[in-house]
Design a protein around this ligand. Structure first.
Ligand code: SAH
Length: 480
């Protein structure tokens, strides 16, 4: 009988949704962190349940063909990447399979349908250095030295990583300068356990097209001692555009507090998202671009290169001619809405976070876009309420029966009430952008039971080295 701490030899056959290797031993299924499909490993049992268990790799006896040398020496300890040891081609195949299997298993779609409608996943040209935003906690290591880095997987212990390979190289320079400013001026890091100390996090944002940099120090207090020394050090970094201090004196895991003060430069950086022509594999930039102002608190997609591809596909699937009325639900700062607005008659965005809606409105203004209107609230409330109210008086026919509805919900997917109203509105096309293929599959089933047909499914990898994947789908009503 197998017990905890026993060592077993097994072959890894598959990979689970969180990137863990899956293998069988003694009729039981084991989930094994850091093991890859194709590996033969010695693994130590860490936890046993009735017919499954967890184990840890002790030794790789035979390495899988998809094993590669990860760029980051800390990839196993850090909580950020789950599958860095897998070569990028295999990562893409894993993600494509994950989306397909969820659509079959949860959505009840047939493999034959998916063979017809599912296009190859869109990968990245460079699956490293793609993030435009990084938030490094600051603390002390065991020897008392100032460090910045990341939290170890499932803990709040800081692993010093001044150069994360998913982020831009500039992060390293910025962190070095912030830490040396703290060292030289006796500025303390925040200690979560005691609630004492000043600097909690360093937030860095980088505009990929403009090369503008923003640094925001999140502090447990109101002011930063010798602030001008920090400014002196940071303003010399090429591209530095905005330096700010954000106050967060709460004992919380939420990184940013409510008040931000710009201490040098502008309160925001600017970046552009370009539209791309959606060939099957190539996505060349077209001339169209939308500018965005990004402040420390703004939501902005973290992988700008792949976002351009994802949203260009969404726009392509919307099939616009210039006259259409569109609802863009879960619109955030209006990233998709503003592209849609340039090619449609009218766009109505719905978003739950008031600050994001304010950003969406000012981004519309910044780009001279006047045919986009934004509503603050839950999609599952705004849409049904609007529908009930307006259908009684038979007004605003275009909004009641839009040509297209675009949705881009968070991981939990769309609320039933929202899907119900979408079905009542019966747009000719629905474009569903999803960051969780399990809830996508569930929601597509509801829409298809209501008369829609899946026409196109395409996964886009926004987060190389991690298990996450985005998917964009086109549905049309009654096969039109
Ligand atoms: N399309 C946007 C953001 C998509 S992320 C962009 O690319 O910028 C999902 C968005 O849904 C987030 O902005 C989140 O705040 C918002 N959201 C979450 N729950 C919501 C709800 N019930 N109703 C409306 N918006 C919601």
């Amino acid at each position: 009988m197998l017990k905890k701490n026993d060592v077993m030899e097994l072959k890894i056959e598959d990979m689970g949704v969180s990137g863990e290797g899956i293998g069988k031993f003694d009729g039981m299924t084991f989930f094994i962190k850091d093991a890859l499909p194709g590996d033969r490993v010695l693994a130590r049992v860490t936890k046993l349940k009735k017919n499954y268990g967890y184990a840890r790799v002790e030794e790789i006896l035979e390495a899988s063909e998809c094993r590669t040398s990860p760029l980051c020496p800390l990839h196993r300890r850090c909580g950020g990447c789950q599958i860095q040891a897998m070569d990028y081609g295999a990562q893409l195949a894993y993600k494509q399979k994950k989306v397909r299997e969820n659509l079959i298993r949860i959505g009840g779609f047939s493999p034959e349908l998916l063979d017809r409608v599912m296009l190859p996943i869109v990968g990245m040209e460079n699956p490293y250095r793609y993030r435009n935003k990084a938030q490094f906690p600051v603390g002390r290591d065991k020897g008392g030295k100032l460090v910045a880095g990341f939290y170890a997987s499932r803990t709040h212990q800081i692993i010093p990583v001044e150069d994360c390979v998913l982020g831009v190289e500039e992060n390293h320079t910025v962190l070095e300068r912030v830490l040396s400013y703290m060292e030289e001026n006796g500025v303390s890091p925040y200690d979560e356990t005691t609630g004492q100390g000043l600097v909690r996090h360093v937030l860095i944002r980088y505009g990929f097209t403009t090369k503008e940099i923003m640094v925001c120090l999140i502090v447990n207090g109101t002011t930063l001692p010798a602030q001008e020394r920090l400014i002196e050090k940071l303003r010399g970094v090429e591209g530095m555009t905005s330096i700010s201090v954000n106050r967060n004196t709460e004992n919380t895991n939420v990184i940013l507090g409510d008040v931000t003060e710009t201490i040098w430069g502008q309160p925001y950086i600017t970046d552009y998202i370009h539209l791309r022509a959606c060939g099957t594999d190539a996505f060349p930039k077209t001339g169209d671009a939308i500018a965005y102002h990004i402040s420390p608190q703004s939501f902005y997609q973290v992988n700008p290169v792949q976002t351009e591809k994802l949203y260009s596909l969404a726009l392509d699937y919307a099939g616009l001619t210039g006259k259409e009325t569109i609802w863009d639900l879960y619109c955030g700062i209006g990233t998709i809405s503003l592209f849609l607005a340039q090619k449609a008659g009218k766009v109505y965005g719905v978003e739950i976070v008031p600050q994001a809606v304010m950003d969406a409105r000012s981004n519309a203004e910044l780009n001279g876009i006047t045919n986009a209107e934004f509503f603050v609230g839950k999609a599952e409330e705004i849409l049904p309420e609007f529908y009930e109210r307006e259908s009684r008086v038979a007004a605003r026919e275009d909004m009641l029966h839009p040509d297209v509805i675009v949705v881009d919900p968070p991981r939990k997917g769309c609320d039933e009430k929202c899907l119900e109203t979408m079905l009542k509105m019966q747009p000719e096309r629905i474009v569903y952008v999803s960051c969780d293929s399990a809830t996508l599959a569930r929601d597509l089933r509801v829409l298809c039971d209501g008369g829609y047909e899946v026409r196109k499914v395409r996964a886009v990898d926004q987060f190389g080295q991690t298990v996450h994947v985005e998917t964009v789908c086109l549905l049309t009503y009654g096969g039109t």
